[in-house]
Ligand binder design. Sequence first.
Ligand SMILES: Cc1cc2nc3c(=O)[nH]c(=O)nc-3n(C[C@H](O)[C@H](O)[C@H](O)COP(=O)(O)OP(=O)(O)OC[C@H]3O[C@@H](n4cnc5c(N)ncnc54)[C@H](O)[C@@H]3O)c2cc1C
Length: 279
Amino acid sequence: MLNSPYQSLTLPKAPRRNDPQIITAEVASREWIAPRLLRITLAAEEFHHFRLTGPDEYFGLFMPPPGTNYEPLEPYNGGNIRQHTCYLPEEQRPALRWYTVRKLDPTAGTITVDIATHGVTDPNTEGIGPGLRWALSVQPGAAVGYFSAQGLWCHAHPEQLLIGDASSTPSILAILEFLEYTAPESLEHVSVLVLTEDPDDLEPGLVERWSAQLQSCRVQYGSSVEPTPLLEAYHPGYVWGCGEQSLSRAVKRHASEKWGLPAHNIRWSPYWIYGSPRP
Ligand SMILES: Cc1cc2nc3c(=O)[nH]c(=O)nc-3n(C[C@H](O)[C@H](O)[C@H](O)COP(=O)(O)OP(=O)(O)OC[C@H]3O[C@@H](n4cnc5c(N)ncnc54)[C@H](O)[C@@H]3O)c2cc1C
């Protein structure tokens, strides 16, 4: 417990953060950890004292308009975070996108985030959004805004199924590492199902690293895999399904209609929307 980067190590219920704030952070490093996965490390004095509400804690990343430097935002005092930047002229407002803390290192004062690039390497590619454009072009030393949010996952039931795609596998891995740290025996009741386009979307060695400890660990590759038939193989007591909107919606529907899970044992979030920006 001492020096743990988490507020709670049990999490029987969905976590909440009571003190959201906007922190100005600096990009400390940026590296490709797989051919389609970028790891960006952010550093800030505040991260030395930061505590995560849960292992899949997400945060808002405020990125400056292309060609400009990030100017620290006014302190956040509650309310809609998108409205918060409206005091700035439109052309100066930073874009906001959501990512997951892959790792918090309080000693180093850093937070690491893994960003799925889905095969795009050129930040000038048409149709990509501000998040990916920023990730592909940002250099160490650049400033960004970090809006602290909260985790989604909880330990409401031991029989767990975690389902995701390239954008949410960093969250799944953070959950697995949290369980390994706090309750390693619980991993044998956990199954993981990842649907993604390409092996290069994932942290290398993922299946080898986890399959012996988990009840099951399956990765299905393909560009339009229909999730529902795959779900027939599972009967969890709790499901976490995040990723592209239609995937997370299919998980939610199946969990309530076929598995009969109560709402608090279903955690789903549309991380991104095929063909449209994430609001
Ligand atoms: C709680 C939460 C946590 C998240 N954590 C992570 C994380 O840790 N790592 C991560 O990579 N993503 C994560 N995401 C997803 C990320 O916020 C979205 O992918 C977001 O849309 C990226 O913004 P953008 O500006 O690049 O694209 P947008 O402006 O949102 O969209 C522009 C275009 O890009 C397409 N697009 C967007 N994302 C993807 C994608 N992943 N694959 C294929 N096409 C895409 C859209 O369909 C659209 O056509 C998270 C989302 C949420 C809500």
